[in-house]
Design a protein around this ligand. Structure first.
Ligand code: MN
Ligand code: MN
Length: 300
């Protein structure tokens, strides 16, 4: 095992976990999405880690993929069910973690417990011998036992150096994943989602979260300005997702226009918001773990 690599993962894990708890404490009625995201991101940077992706703040029927725009006026309200999803990296080694907070009310407490207990059970079963389908099965059974549905088209994932989604997918239902097992030393994010809706998500509006895509296409672009902007974004964010609001200092012109142009050329893509298909409320809990022979180490 490359201990330096795992030490980087562990350090990223500690910082992401601390930022998650800090972020959860900021979720109050009237708080601006923009303030919460910026403060959590600032905390990650202060502690010496990099941002693995923009802080995601997904409310109620939104399962994932929303980060505030640079002039986002949105504020949280009492009763909002907020999925706060945080990612930090040290030397490129990423920790990814999320928690659900219900602001000021207790209507969705049981659904929050369902996803969190599903994660606990998955962690208990996670080792180098458990088939992926068995991890999905225990998540599905736990969420179902609380009277909810798991979201079948959102999955946990392997993590790599500057790679947020790589290697295996860890299903939230038993009928995916087959007999494939994890390997000792794999670093994976496990993230059960529970809902009272349809049990899957569909793509909605833009999320303000982007990714640099196919770098070879850049050679084909004649527009020097667009090429220049792309080169800056790629050198700054590499293969990691970034926020529209992080681009101000890199893009001298209107950021939205520049990003639209880059997306048109296929050089960036904007993630869509992921909405519950029947507008059900969604809860989520996520930890990053290092897989060991007989168990796993939670690093977040
Ligand atoms: Mn996450
Ligand atoms: Mn994840």
């Amino acid at each position: 095992m490359n201990e330096t690599m795992y030490d980087s993962y562990r350090q990223a894990g500690r910082i992401a976990a601390e930022a998650r708890e800090y972020g959860a404490s900021l979720l109050k009625p009237g708080a601006l999405f923009l303030d919460v995201a910026s403060k959590v991101e600032a905390r990650i940077l202060e502690k010496g880690a990099g941002l693995a992706f923009p802080v995601n703040l997904a409310c109620n029927t939104l399962a994932a993929h929303y980060s505030p725009h640079a002039d986002d006026p949105s504020t949280f309200s009492r009763g909002d069910v907020v999925k706060l999803d945080v990612g930090a990296h040290v030397n490129g080694y990423i920790a990814d973690t999320a928690v659900t907070v219900e602001i000021g009310t207790h209507i969705y407490e049981k659904m929050i417990t369902a996803s969190s207990e599903a994660l606990n059970q998955a962690i208990t079963h996670c080792n180098a011998h458990t088939p992926l389908s068995a991890i999905g099965e225990v998540i599905e059974q736990t969420i179902t036992s609380y009277g909810y549905k798991p979201i079948d088209n959102l999955m946990g994932h392997g993590l790599g150096c500057y790679e947020l989604h790589t290697g295996v997918s860890i299903p939230n239902i038993g009928s995916y994943g087959g007999s494939t097992t994890l390997s000792e030393g794999d670093v994976v994010a496990i993230e059960p989602f529970a809902t009272n809706g349809a049990g899957h998500v569909i793509a909605g509006k833009g999320s303000n979260i982007y990714l640099c895509t196919n770098s070879f296409k850049a050679k084909l672009i004649r527009d020097a300005k667009t090429k220049g902007v792309y080169a800056k974004l790629l050198s700054q964010f590499k293969t990691l997702p970034f926020a529209q609001r992080w681009c101000d200092s890199l893009v001298q012109s209107n950021v939205d226009v520049a990003l639209r142009k880059l997306s048109f050329y296929g050089l960036t893509k904007q993630y869509p918001q992921l909405v519950e298909a029947k507008n059900g409320t969604v809860t989520q809990k996520e930890h990053t773990v290092i897989v060991r022979e007989e168990d796993c180490e939670v690093i977040t």
